[in-house]
Design a protein around this ligand. Structure first.
Ligand SMILES: [Zn+2]
Length: 67
C-alpha cells in the first residue's frame, strides 16, 4: 500500500497514513478526527524502478507521412 502524507486544515497537523488507493480520499485526521485533510504527496513504498520496459512502440503504419 502507498504511504500518503496528509495535512489537516482543522488543527494543522501533518501525518502519514498507509491507505489503499480506494481510500486515499477518505482519510480523517488522526489527531482531531477531522475529514478536512489534504493530501500533500505520495511516497510509494514499492520500488518505482522498472528496467527493461519499453512502453513506446514507435510509429504506427497509419501515421506514416504517405499523404
Ligand atoms: Zn486535525
Amino acid at each position: 500500500m502507498p504511504l500518503y502524507e496528509y495535512h489537516c486544515e482543522a488543527c494543522g497537523a501533518d501525518f502519514e497514513a498507509l491507505v489503499s488507493f480506494s481510500k486515499a480520499d477518505s482519510v480523517s485526521c488522526e489527531l482531531c478526527g477531522s475529514e478536512k485533510v489534504q493530501r500533500v504527496n505520495s511516497t510509494f513504498a514499492a520500488a518505482r524502478s522498472d528496467s527493461g520496459s519499453s512502453g513506446f512502440q514507435g510509429c504506427l503504419p497509419s501515421c506514416s507521412p504517405g499523404g
